[in-house]
Write a protein that binds this ligand. Sequence first.
Ligand code: J2J
Length: 545
Amino acid sequence: PRSPLAPVRGWPAEARARYRDLGYWTDETFAVFVEDRTARFAARVAVVGQDARGVERRWTYADLGDQARAAAARFRDLGVAPGDRVVVALPNVVEFLATVLGLLRYGAVPVFALPSHREVELTQFCALADAAALVVAAGADGVDHAALHAAVAGRLTERGVVPPRLVDVTAWDLTQAAPSVLPVPDADAGQVAFLQLSGGTTGVSKLIPRTHADYLYSVRASADICGVTAATVMLVVLPVAHNFPMSSPGVLGVLDRGGRVVLARDPSPRTAFRHVAAERVTTVALVPPLAHAWISAARRRRPDLGSLTDVQVGGARLADTVAPEVRSVLGARLQQVFGMAEGLVSYTRADDPDLVVETTQGRPISPDDEVRVVDADDIDVPDGSEGALLTRGPYTIRGYYRSEHADRDSFTADGFYRTGDLVRRLPSGHLVVTGRLKDQINRGGEKVATEELEAFALTHPGVLDAVAVGVPDPYLGERIVLVVQAETGRDAPADLPGFLRGQGLATYKIPDAVVVVDELPATHVGKNSRRELRALLADRLAAPA
Ligand code: J2J
């Protein structure tokens, strides 16, 4: 038996009462959501995509309900109990929806990993969550999941944690009937429903506890803002477990309204354009490099994108110069989305002037999202000036999962989340993201903690010191350059990317380039000087040769 779900720091009673009175928080849990929507829209097509074996599937809402209940029964039969955490590391296959909706229907707690995570991250998530199972699709990607699981299990055992069971959805018989009765758990909507991943700013990952009530509010409000209806056909090219395609308004927003989700197995424009034409896709969520790729591919190929009305771009800053091309080349409306798995999501609106849509990252979902823009002493700066963004509201967490230490740095005493983003707020309330305070590289929407990367580089015997730098890149926004000072008397490490891959780090964290220097510029010891060093190196490396 696993430990119970750990208590989390939630909203104070006054805030809870207010969010309920305002109608933001309801009693609906995800288990009820799954039952209700799959019954209400039973005959409509809910999801189109490949299964883990590469077979094309087309599930109605009724099918999706059956698949979720069948998955729930499989986890129950494996000995997973309601409340147990289950790490889900699946690619964009239909079993992802069966698994996640099944776990929620059953009352277990999904932990959203990505298929690009490797033994380092999976070990951290499993340990932190005390996970009962790890779900993968061995048939769908080239990864040796048995070896990966054995490595994770080995590391966990060393740390005194009982390893999770490995569940490979490729083995599931999707034609097997669901059980007729499966009790709906009597959870409270104020309880934690699942754990999302934090982008990470430190050596260890943080997990984000989201409740039924707060998350479903953000999903419903997002679906309203984005105009999701039963006619919406959403293409998912980003990893479906990420908070953006999941909830802004994402897969859940579409399922809330009876629309259709189309899962793409690869994010290339070629595959995506094929899906758009075949399924008459109306909307898609992209990160800036993909928006770029779509625009240049559409210029060359002139695909049939006639059905596409809305293109969302978020996860990293979209260049002002690229923004107008969403309409001129893709023929769709642009929506900028600035969000975070910790909560706050900001959207440009359909009735915003073009200039606002093209140059700002929108305004928050809720009238009760409290936003502060502050200087280094936490004093509010005037509108139009750059400052650090702090936020508190009906769907922004007040604390991480089992991480009191991180909480002291990440939240103010009165419960504001320190986003680590630098923004300007316009008098209209729109936010412009201008930079970042946090020790993180945003590689085209994928977040990499500099500290973690540096710590792994330092384990190489030839490395005396290492600095991970986000260097401006026209396509990715930032690329990862690892600046390394070699240990005196030793050869410069030959293949650091290969070494880091061998350490079991996620593929997206592997540096794009390594630069070996005789000596790193001198700075004073400490966290801030480390930041200065990264900034200094970023400037030098960005300068044209
Ligand atoms: C600049 N930086 C951005 C943007 C996120 C919707 C959309 C995105 C995320 C997400 C999400 C940005 N311009 N438009 O969860 O629901 C950077 C900021 C932010 C961090 C959060 C959603 N959109 N960012 O990207 O948890 O630095 O969520 O704090 O992965 O991404 O990252 P993440």
